[in-house]
Design a protein around this ligand. Structure first.
Ligand code: ZN
Length: 81
């Protein structure tokens, strides 16, 4: 990310968008999907394991998609530096 001052300034990405993954996130928030409580190895609910598997698959799909790919698929203009 680069910042340029002035009337034509602003923020711009200085990285190659083809190399940037859409998402980088932890797979386990520790938050239960069934109730407003924590959910972990010590006290898992019935959905903990299937949800973790689903999250991992989702993240794998998303991490295989670059920002440039996503913009192309979505027909969105991405400002390039
Ligand atoms: Zn849970």
């Amino acid at each position: 990310m680069r910042s340029d001052p002035g009337p034509n300034g602003g923020y711009s990405l200085t990285v190659d968008l083809d190399e940037v993954s859409v998402i980088e996130a932890p797979t386990d928030s520790g938050q239960c999907v069934l109730a407003n409580r924590s959910c972990d190895e010590a006290g898992p609910c019935a959905l903990r394991v299937p949800c973790l598997r689903g999250q991992i698959q989702l993240l794998q799909e998303l991490s295989a998609t670059s920002v440039a790919d996503a913009a192309l698929l979505d027909n969105v203009e991405v400002a390039r530096s």
